[in-house]
Design a protein around this ligand. Structure first.
Ligand code: PLP
Length: 457
């Protein structure tokens, strides 16, 4: 009876559901992996198998899968006022309180908050705000947006264009012609032999400035950066990188947009990735851990200078012609407020500093493994990059999907870790993870690496 029920869910998924970021042919052969419940850092599937969620879903379930206070916050707001738009002067208390809180905890002085539902929407909005800002100041030609190779900013048409991973462009008629991409700051993979982190950062800043001068600074609106790249391979920028990049952007009146969608709210051991990486942005986008992913909500934090431009524009045009039905949704905002309250009450930042250091210490045990070329990360955002040859850093053929094999083996052993760009495995467990649960992640990873070593040889 149970088996019938399972197989019918499998079949109905294949029959009706389109899965993002999925090969449909493979999906029709292997079917979905259906999760039924969550408990702390564990998820439990429809066959009763338990897995540690080593990447917090999609880097987002920061408080695990069974935080009752978030359920209560949602229920309370749902039964009081389940919806209220924020268009045309209408507002609601949770959205107001959340905006105030975000301004209070922002990494640099910020002035206003604009709400959306997803990271992609927040980044798309930030692009439009950069254009609006420059227009208000009479710089109509400042339109081009610079992203970075391997940067990930979402999958809307504009945000997928700024994303610097060609896989997201193929056959979608993007990137748009107003998008440029500059170097990925992955020192391990892209530095020249013997090049120090500082020298690598200087070279990248100089390449960026050359690009700006070639394109004409009067044509460039903004530069997008994740403080620490996630999907692009967990890339911690080299020493002095942001200091040098920011100097270039300032010289040419180009806005810096910090994409804090993964890094924001403690992932790197500080409230914001901007703080751990020394970034002073003009706009900040955030989502995911803002509500611990219990409900979809994202935000753009806007500096006073950009807000002043926006105000000028709305005076001229008659209104701000932008916004989403669910932006500032009271139930999502109530859950986000409760999430931030929990971070503060439970000293989540202190916990991440401690557990992040422990995770890193344990990952360093793989330093001598034949498949492990690099171990990198910050806080609870860590990774190992796999290589065919440790000396030359030669990579495996991409079609071999070696990181995928490790991830599958670890999953068979009850631990979910995620292959990201460049045969890299990401470790980004919920921020509440304990040492003993980290030990389980390490144990499954060690076994999976050994199994993979045999498979590739
Ligand atoms: N920006 C970054 C850095 C991300 O990692 C993601 C998603 O993983 C996004 C933006 C897009 O967010 P969403 O999937 O909510 O649209």
């Amino acid at each position: 009876m149970t088996t019938e029920y399972h197989s019918s869910n499998q079949e109905r998924d294949i029959a009706y559901v389109v899965h993002p970021h999925t090969n449909f042919d493979t999906h029709e052969k292997i079917g979905p992996h259906i999760l039924e419940r969550g408990e702390g850092v564990y998820v439990i599937d429809d066959k009763g198998n338990r897995y540690i969620e080593g990447v917090s879903g999609l880097w987002c379930t920061s408080l695990g899968f069974s935080e009752q206070r978030l359920v209560d916050a949602a229920t309370k707001q749902m039964s009081t006022l389940p919806f209220c738009q924020t268009f045309a002067h209408r507002s609601n208390r949770p959205a107001i309180e959340l905006a105030e809180k975000l301004i209070e905890i922002a990494p640099v002085p910020m002035s206003k908050v604009l709400f959306q539902c997803s990271g992609s929407e927040a980044n798309d909005t930030a692009i439009k705000l950069a254009w609006y800002h420059h227009r208000a100041r009479g710089h109509d030609r400042k339109v081009k947006i610079i992203g970075r190779d391997r940067g990930y900013h979402g999958t809307g048409a504009a945000t997928a264009s700024v994303t610097g991973l060609p896989y997201y462009h193929v056959d979608f008629n993007i990137p748009f012609e107003w998008v440029l991409h500059t170097d990925c700051p992955n020192h391990y993979r892209f530095a020249q032999a013997g090049e120090s982190e500082e020298a690598f950062a200087t070279r990248l800043a100089s390449n960026l400035e050359d690009m700006i001068l070639r394109e004409g600074p009067e044509n460039i609106a903004a530069f997008f950066a994740e403080p620490v790249m996630g999907v692009g391979g967990v890339v911690v920028p080299p020493a002095t990188y942001f200091e040098k990049i920011q100097a270039v952007l300032k010289r040419h009146d180009i806005l810096l947009i910090a994409d804090e969608v993964i890094c924001g709210f403690g992932r790197t051991g500080t409230m914001w990735g901007c703080q751990s990486q020394g970034i002073q942005p003009d706009l900040i986008t955030c989502a995911k851990a803002m509500s611990a992913a219990y409900l979809p909500i994202s935000a753009v934090l806007i500096s006073e200078t950009v807000y002043e431009s926006m105000k000028e524009q709305t005076k001229k045009i008659g209104g701000f012609a932008h916004g989403y039905t669910y932006g500032g949704h009271p139930v999502c905002a109530a859950v986000a407020l409760e999430t931030i309250k929990i971070y503060e009450e439970r000293n989540i930042l202190g916990q991440v500093q401690e557990s992040g250091a422990y995770l890193r210490e344990r990952l360093e045990e793989f330093a001598n493994h034949s498949l492990v070329g690099d171990i990198r990360g910050v806080g609870l955002m860590q990774a190992i990059e796999l290589v065919r040859n440790k000396e030359t850093r030669e990579q495996f053929n991409i079609n071999q999907q070696v990181a995928g094999f490790v991830s599958k083996s670890a999953q068979d052993d009850g631990v979910i870790i995620r292959p990201v760009t460049g045969d890299t495995l990401a470790f980004a467990p919920p921020l509440i993870i304990s040492r003993s649960e980290i030990d389980l992640i390490i144990g499954a990873t060690a076994a999976a690496l050994d199994k993979t070593e045999k498979w590739v040889s």
